[in-house]
Design a protein around this ligand. Structure first.
Ligand code: GDG
Length: 467
């Protein structure tokens, strides 16, 4: 059996981070790697004075990890810079926030090359390499430049932007061209895949081949739609566990008969928190009779605090939550509980279950795992309602949620009203349809779909034609 070498920016084995804002990627990859022989390679998160290429090997929770340290300048230009100030906003359709700086692009290329330099000697002939996400778009090309002939796949966890937006990025052509070094590129949705294809065809003259793949000259790449899922069975078990039950009871007591609406998001402008608060405020304004029968619990652990746009969104949300509570709170009721900290996963599971509404309204999101976790945590006999943004990748699968345009405060307010008055029979019907997807297309399904495509097995070839 081939070894699987997973490469990602950070290596964070799931379970080792007690309750912080663990990204969806960490959760999904730990699950995948536990089932596979291999190695997880990436940045340790640590700084070093001078890059040495030293690799630190460890065995954590059943997963072998290999990490390198980066220099301050690397972190500034590659991670804070190109990844989080250039690509993240651009790929989330926010060219107003995207910063285009040559130094960032240079640092990004340098660190991608450093990844390839240090990884290359570890590779054995039959290894299959699986590179993750927007931090490492160039690793495939850098490995090829160093003579690597292994199968190399790439998965993008965030949206791929439309051609007209991507065209604003200096060097976009070279970046996309370099991605043809991969054998397979996976996306969460057909929409993101089509945007990639459109750019490659119209800007680079790529031509369609085989099973929906693309070719430039004699390099071809397969394109795959593979929506990531959660560890559904595990999550369901967590909800039944003692920690989740205690959290559920604690929340029910503190709700005191009121319907809880829950939001759980990294503090990030792509998650639409400002617009969500505005929609909730609108509901409070427009429905005075229902006001005191609800409250919104928004859990938002801070992330990327070194980037200015993240500091700004935090300040804006502090102001908005103060304004909402100032205007509507009473001695016995606070409409918005806004919490800037993370909770252990089991506690979150209990909170989800206690919530009558899951409010998941990103302005743009590659997938969104919170939506799926909320569904998995519900009581089958009395499930809550998922309100989901049309612009989350998850909407393509979870069409039985109440789908909303997150930019419209009126639509958000209407959706909250509708969810609160939704009859049990309709809640159950919708939930069953949602849960069927969350159970069938879980993280194990996702991992298989990707790795089979990468290994070039028959099952994958059949599936590639499907969605
Ligand atoms: C990227 C893409 C894509 C959040 N707060 C706490 C906590 N979390 C966990 C959630 C969930 C995960 O973090 C967040 O995953 P998302 O998918 O919602 O969002 P991103 O972090 O932006 O992930 C996204 C994903 O990659 C995977 O491909 O879906 O579109 O942006 O699992 O539960 N976990 C704990 N405490 C918290 O307070 N333990």
């Amino acid at each position: 059996m081939s070894r699987m070498i997973v490469v990602s920016n950070r290596v964070q084995v799931s379970g080792s981070d007690a309750g912080g804002a663990q990204g969806g990627l960490a959760v999904a990859l730990s699950a995948a790697l536990r089932e596979h022989q291999g190695l997880w390679f990436g940045w340790s998160g640590e700084r070093t004075d001078t890059f040495s290429g030293h690799i630190d090997f460890r065995r954590e929770q059943g997963v072998t990890t290999a990490t390198i340290d980066l220099e301050d300048q690397d972190i500034e230009e590659y991670y804070d810079g190109y990844a989080n100030r250039t690509l993240w906003p651009l790929f989330h359709y926010r060219i107003d926030l995207a910063e285009y700086e040559r130094d960032f692009a240079g640092g990004y290329a340098r660190v991608n090359a450093r990844f390839a330099d240090t990884l290359r000697p570890l590779l054995e002939t039959d290894d299959v390499v699986w590179v993750q996400d927007y931090h490492l778009l160039l690793v495939g090309a850098e490995l090829r430049r160093r003579g690597c002939r292994n199968r190399i796949g790439f998965f993008l966890h965030i949206p791929w932007p439309p051609k007209r937006l991507l065209s604003t990025l200096p060097g976009a052509d070279a970046l996309v061209r370099a991605m043809f070094a991969y054998d397979v590129i996976g996306f969460h949705t057909r929409e993101w895949l089509e945007s990639f294809r459109e750019y490659a065809v119209l800007e680079l003259g790529a031509v369609p081949v085989g099973n929906g793949g693309l070719a430039i000259g004699d390099t071809t790449v397969e394109l795959l739609v593979a929506p990531i899922g959660i560890e559904t069975a595990d999550f369901k078990a967590a909800v039944e566990g003692s920690i989740a039950r205690a959290a559920f009871r604690q929340m029910q007591e503190s709700a005191n008969g009121r319907a809880m609406i829950i939001g759980v998001d990294r503090l990030d402008y792509s998650k639409g928190l400002e617009e969500r608060f505005a929609g909730y405020e609108r509901f409070l304004r427009d429905c005075p009779d229902q006001r005191k029968s609800v409250f919104l619990l928004q859990i938002a652990p801070p992330s990327r605090a070194t980037v200015e746009s993240y500091r700004r969104i935090r300040a804006t949300l502090d102001g908005l939550s103060g304004r909402i509570n100032g205007a509507y709170a009473d001695v016995d009721w606070v409409p918005l509980r806004y919490v800037n900290r993370g909770y252990p996963r089991e506690v979150l599971a209990g909170f989800y279950r206690a919530a009558r509404i899951g409010l998941v309204t990103p302005l743009r999101d590659g997938m969104n795992l919170v939506a799926k976790e909320y569904v998995a945590a519900q009581d089958p006999d009395d499930p809550g309602v998922l309100i989901l943004s049309r612009f989350a990748g998850a909407a393509a699968q979870l069409s039985d949620a109440v789908l909303v345009n997150p930019y419209s405060a009126e639509e958000l307010s209407d959706a909250i009203g509708r969810a609160l008055s939704m009859r049990r029979a309709e809640r159950i019907r919708r939930w069953r349809a949602l849960m069927a997807v969350v159970e069938r297309e879980d993280v194990i399904w996702w991992r298989r779909r990707c790795t089979e495509a990468l290994l070039g097995t028959q099952a994958a070839a059949e599936e590639i034609r499907e969605p």
